[in-house]
Design a protein around this ligand. Structure first.
Ligand code: C5P
Length: 399
């Protein structure tokens, strides 16, 4: 991927400033032009020479520097930029920007910039949690500034909490996704997605189900639509709005999902099984409400048909992608499923150990295929779905 963009990187004075050197490298590697502006305190953490060498341009530090002014004034620098990213953004620069102060080059540039602006905050967790910082961030968001991170973890000051700057690669991914929209990688391809839980009734008022919100499957449907695909979504009961332009088939039980998916799969080039299908369902569904009896009870259940395995056994099979939620030995179990169910790809995630996964806004995925694997870092499910769809399209177009 080539990025034909002008990236203006602002570096303010935080210990995370050294990480921004990597950000310059990542953008340059993809062909973007990068110019760097440093605050005075940033130069105490990392030398301007480092950024000069990596960006291939002198670093801008002074608002009224005669030489730099001649080469590129703060106004022309602001006009030059397709995007301004401040990483790290300290509590001080955040406060200044949120109040429109312009007492140095970086804060002046922010005011002069008409391009999208991104901040990657980095500070001590107590500073991040301070109400005034929160208010400053909210104000900036209201004015259209995009905030990336911060992340949770160990801090240079020895404390633990939210305040670590997001990793350069995550900042890079976030920016490239928004400033350089992808060419539709699944244009006209028919994609079938199953999502959500299933409900296995016991009687007219009770059912067995699992902790699935359907968010990942719905996010995948939206991402596939954005990538140009024609999407059919077979969904268990969820509290989500159906993606516009997707063909939605609502089901309840594992058996209904099986029938819907199998009849659709033959007309689709890709099948993504993101539903949490019940492994077993009660053999007898009582027509009347079951009455309380005795201290214990037993429900006899029948194993459900494996939808994914049956789809991949079709001739010819669609490109088949499964999910695996595991509490232990993630790679071993995921790879075993990949082989046993004859899948083209499997997206695995920890449940219970990492944050995210089931019924959560965020998730991280480890994706495996026969000859490779890729980790997609913890992020919101919309972003994650877009990354996964891109990866699926890459593999699908390769095979
Ligand atoms: O075997 P396991 O349930 O862990 O596999 C998970 C994957 O298999 C998911 O992609 C899920 O949608 C799919 N699956 C299925 N039919 C089942 C059970 C799981 O398609 N009966």
């Amino acid at each position: 991927m080539t990025i034909n963009k002008h990236i203006l990187l602002g570096v303010s004075g935080g210990i995370a400033a050294y990480k921004s050197a990597e950000l310059v490298r990542l953008f340059r590697k993809q062909g973007a032009e990068v110019r760097v502006v440093m605050t005075k305190s940033a130069t105490q953490f990392i030398s301007a020479l480092t950024f000069q060498a990596l960006s291939g341009h002198p670093v801008h530090t002074e608002l009224l520097d005669v030489e730099t002014e001649n080469a590129m004034s703060h106004i022309s620098l602001a006009r030059w930029a397709d995007c301004l990213i401040i990483a790290p953004a300290t509590a001080n620069i955040i406060a200044k920007l949120s109040h429109g102060l312009a007492d140095d080059l970086l804060s002046t540039l922010y005011l002069a910039a008409t391009c999208p602006v991104y901040l990657a905050p980095a500070m001590n967790q107590a500073m991040w949690n301070k109400a005034v910082t929160f208010e400053n961030i909210e104000r900036l968001k209201k004015h259209g500034v995009k905030i990336i991170g911060p992340e949770q973890g160990d801090q240079a000051c020895g404390e633990t909490g939210f305040g670590r700057m997001s990793e350069p690669v995550d900042i890079y991914n976030h920016l490239t996704d928004t400033i350089e929209p992808q060419t539709p990688c699944l244009q006209g391809i028919k994609v079938l997605i199953s999502a959500g839980p299933t409900r296995e009734p016991l009687d007219p008022v009770r059912y067995l189900t699992n902790r699935s919100s359907g968010k990942m499957g719905y996010a995948l449907a939206k991402a596939a639509l954005k990538a140009g695909a024609e999407v059919t979504l077979v969904s268990g009961p969820v509290a989500l709005i159906s993606p516009e332009n997707a063909h939605l088939i609502k089901v309840e039980t594992a058996e209904q999902m099986y029938k819907a998916v199998l009849s659709e799969a033959v007309n689709h080039a890709i099948y993504i099984g993101a539903a949490a299908v019940a492994d077993y369902s009660p053999i007898v569904i009582n027509s009347e409400k079951i009455k309380k009896q005795g201290e214990q009870t037993t429900i006899l259940m029948q194993k459900s048909k494996d939808i994914l395995a049956e789809v991949s056994a079709l001739t010819p099979p669609p490109f088949t992608v499964g999910f695996a939620a595991e509490t232990q030995d993630l790679e071993a179990y995921a790879r075993e499923k990949l082989t046993r169910k004859k899948l083209d790809m499997i997206a695995a995630n920890w449940v219970g150990k990492e944050q995210g996964g089931f019924d959560s806004e965020e998730n991280a995925l480890h994706v495996y295929w026969a000859k490779g694997d890729k980790t997609l870092a913890m992020t919101d499910k919309t972003k994650l779905a877009e990354q996964l769809i891109r990866l699926i399209a890459e593999r699908f177009n390769n095979e």
